[in-house]
Structure formats: structure tokens, C-alpha cells
Design a protein around this ligand. Sequence first.
Ligand SMILES: [Zn+2]
Length: 592
Amino acid sequence: MATRTCVKLLILLLLPGYLAAQDSSGSHSPAKGESDIGLRYKENISLEWEECIGLYRRMADSSDRARLIEIGYSDAGKPLHLFIISADGCFEPEDLRESGKNILFINNGIHPGESCGIDASVKLAYGLLSGRDEYAEFLSRTTILILPVFNIGGALKRSPYHRANQNGPREHGFRGNARNLDLNRDFMKMDAANTRALVPLLRKWDPDVFIDTHTSNGADYPYTITLINSHEQRHESASAHFLRQEMLPFLYAAMTKTPYEMSPYVWSIKTTPEDGLIGFMDYPRYTSGYTSMFNCLSLTVETHMFKPYPDRVLSTWHLLRESLHFMATHSDELKAQKAKAWKQKRRRRQFVLEWKPDTLRCDSLLFKGYAARYRKSKLTGHQRLYYDRSEPWEKKIPYYRYYIPTISCSLPEAYLIPPAWPEVIERLRLNGVEMQPLDRDTILRAEYYYIEDFHTASPSYNGHYPHSSTRVRKESGPVECMAGSILVPTKQKAVEYIVQALEPQAHDSFFNWNFFDEILYRNEYFSPYIFEETAEALLREDPRLNAAFRKKKAEDAAFAADPYSQLRFIYESSPWSEDSYMRYPVIRIPAR
Ligand SMILES: [Zn+2]
């Protein structure tokens, strides 16, 4: 734990240079305007990656309150940057936390075609550092971290043609990264170098509020900006209550005082918003779902694709500012709810692994929409949907924001991962999970799973053939554990992450992301013509197996008609059947 205290800079004046140019007479000339520094969103042009980093570099060079650091490499082979704005010139997370600062993390360009946040964050940083923005006073309570462009590979692949339905900017980046991965599905599997660089940084800084900036597809409606918040039910009750009662009402009210009234994210339960919206369940694969496992309040900003680019940038900028405003004016409450949430997480003994929307329970949401109409398509001859902007409406619609837990698990004392799964162990390490290796072979009393059922997606999805609807059978007994196996105690901060990663039935578990597919394959087989006599002997010696075999043969016509299936049935119940088949290798050491 660092005990070094921050050197507080008494003089917070900006250095001469970029942000407040000093003329030859020594007097300060006014800071440059936005267009002078290269922001051109008002002309429907978004910043290119090199330009954007150049702007941050110059801001950092000109101010003691800002720093630009490299945090690792992206799949494109280019360095990822982080821009830090800290009013007292302190740039160490431990020191900042000790001094009572809260941390706001803004992530941009995870989908670089949705570039509003890239431009809005430069505008925000420039306004705060140049003293043009009166919200600069809020920096006394909050440190801001800006990731300028997360998906650099996608940002470099600029074109006017990546976003078919989007109204500007003139050129924009591509959704996939240099490996064609959608990075906003990557936060559990961590395939991308980008993600493997960002995750340890998030654990190091442990932000209080995380914002990811996007542009949406979908229905037409008047709002320029919509918001997904990390799902309240995935939070501890202290955070859920704070989000619901304090933070969200503040942000929605604050945005009504800007030109950009904000709506919850528009995800229609049927085809159009009129029938109601569903609250988005942000599973851990998403940035907001990932960060919320660590008691961080997370927001995903979605501006509306049809609105002019300058408005989308400005609405994002307002939301970023108002988030800073909220954090500064609720600084103590923010800290208190987080401390309480950690206490609650430490006491938690049950974890939800899977959810489904509760379509019988809803709130009422006052929503502004456009009339949805249908007309015959000249192209296809079929009915096509259109929204009639000449017929706006405002009314209450159902808002299905609640979910029902469908699978839960108890918390074990620890998990144990055999050394044969280094990819899994490496991901836990990057997430700051405390682990210790077994120093000798040993036998432990443990719980272990057999995979009973699962569904596999096809075609591939983000470099995987992920499983879903996974079902397991739990057994317990003595398990031989090899030296070098990794013990993962659950009494630690990352407990929620550990459970969601290692419980095979969890929505975004490593099992579901194909990290354990080896166990789904049989290595050993039998030759039917030789096994026949052995099978007969087995049935003679085992009356229960014999009874089960005869019952299945009598009830299952396909089975009765297939000699190989019958022999396999007996083989799979025999001592020759391999016990590693379908056996999930991570074991649970039960709580005492
Ligand atoms: Zn997006």
C-alpha cells in the first residue's frame, strides 16, 4: 500500500503553451477555440486516431494537471493511451483515493464508427483544462481518466460506408478491431490485446463511475441521447439504491436543462417503442457489466444514429459533464455507497448466474415517440415499417426493467484450477485475483460438476462457438489434486468476477466461452465386435445396469434398432468409460 502523499500544487495555473498561449510581452492570450485545436465535429468530421492522440499529448504537455500515458498495445500494434486529468497534479490511484478523490473513467471508440465520445471527450478535457468550462471546479473532488480510442484497429479503418443507417460523421471507424473482434463483448474472454491491456488498468484504478460512449441503431424517436445503466439487480443493494434514487434521477433531470433531453435506451419489447421497452441486462462481457462486478456504477451512452453529428457529440459532452457534476456534488455519498456495497459483497453467499426478463412486471415510462406506420414496399412488395415524424406522440409506455434470476449458486470457500488451464489462470491474474498454487499433490474433499447439457451457437460469434443454456450435475467426494493447481479463495474483492468466470452455468463463464471444450470430447473408444462379450458380462454382473438397459431398450425404439447405441450405453456405464469426459475440471472447495 503506497503511503506517499501527493504533492499538492499550490499554483494550478496552466503552463504557457497550448492551453493559454503566452505572447512575447509575457501576458497570457486567451485560450484557443475548439476549432483552432482541431475539433471539427461541427463540420461533421470526427478526429482521426493520430490527431486525437496528438491533441491529448499537447494538452498534457501544456498542463501540470494532465498526463498522457501508454497503457499497453492494441491488436493493431499501436499503443493504447490513457489521459488523466487531476486537479492537484497527483497521478497515482492509491494517493488519489487516500486524498478522498473519486474516479471517473470514460472509455471511447470501443466501436469507432460510433465516434461521438472521441470528439466529446477532447472537448471536455480542453474545456476543463483551459478554464473555459465552469465545471472545472468539480475537478477538486474527481479525477478523470479518458481512454481516447480503445479500438485503434477499427479507428484506423476509416470509411464513409461502415454505418449504413448513421447520419455522419463523414468518415468513421469500423466496429471490429484489428482481429475483427467486437471489443464490447470481450471483457470475460479477453481475446483482444486491447482488453488484456485495459483490464489490469481498471483493476488498478478501480473507478467509481465508468462511462462507455456509443451510437445506437434501432427505432426512430426524437431523443438525441439515450442511456443504459449497469443493471440495478446485478448490483449490491447499496449501489442499486443509490443508482436508482440519486444518480439516474440527477442525470435525467440535468439533461432536461440542456438541449438534449435523455431517454432510457430504446430496446423495444416488440417491434416499436409504443409496446414498451426492456431494460438492458448488461452481462459481464460488456464493459458496463464487467465494471459493475467491482461495485462501479457504469453508464453506456447511446446517441441516436439519425441525429446530426454535432448534436450527438454535444449531447455526449453534456452527459459527461453532468456525470462529473453529479460525482462532485455527491462525492461523500458515492464513497459511502461503495463502501457499503463492498461490505454487502463480502457477506454475499449466493450469486445469480443467469437472468430472464420479467415480462409480467413493469414500470411506467413517459416517452416521446413517432407514430409507427406500415406501407407496401416498392422494392419487396411486402409491408415495411416507417416512423412518421409529422406525428410525434408523448405517452406512458410499459418499461420492463426487472429480471428474474433463473440460475444461482452458493459461494464455495475456494475454487481449484488444475495447472492444465493456463489461459484461465492468466485471465484471473490480469483481473487482480489473489491465487496460490498447491505445493504438493493432495486429496481434497470437493464438489465437482458434470456437464449435462448445453447449446452451441453456430455460426461463430466473436471468434468462438459459445455455449448457452448450460446445465450441470453436481457431485462431491475426494478429488486428487496435483501440485501446481491454483487455489482461488473467494474471500476477496474479485469474488463476483471469480464466480461469473468459473461457474460453468454463468452467462459469460469461461466454460460458455469455450475455454474448456476439451472436456466435451471422448478420447477413448471401443470396438463393438470385441466389446460385445464384455458387455454381456457387465450386464450379468450388474443387475441395476441390466435393468436400466432393458428398460431403455423397451421404451426407446431408436435405441432398440441401433446395436452400436446399445453397446455404447453399456460402455459408458463401465469402468472403461473415461471419467474426464464432460467432467468440468475446476472444483469447488465447499464453505465449512
Ligand atoms: Zn456501440
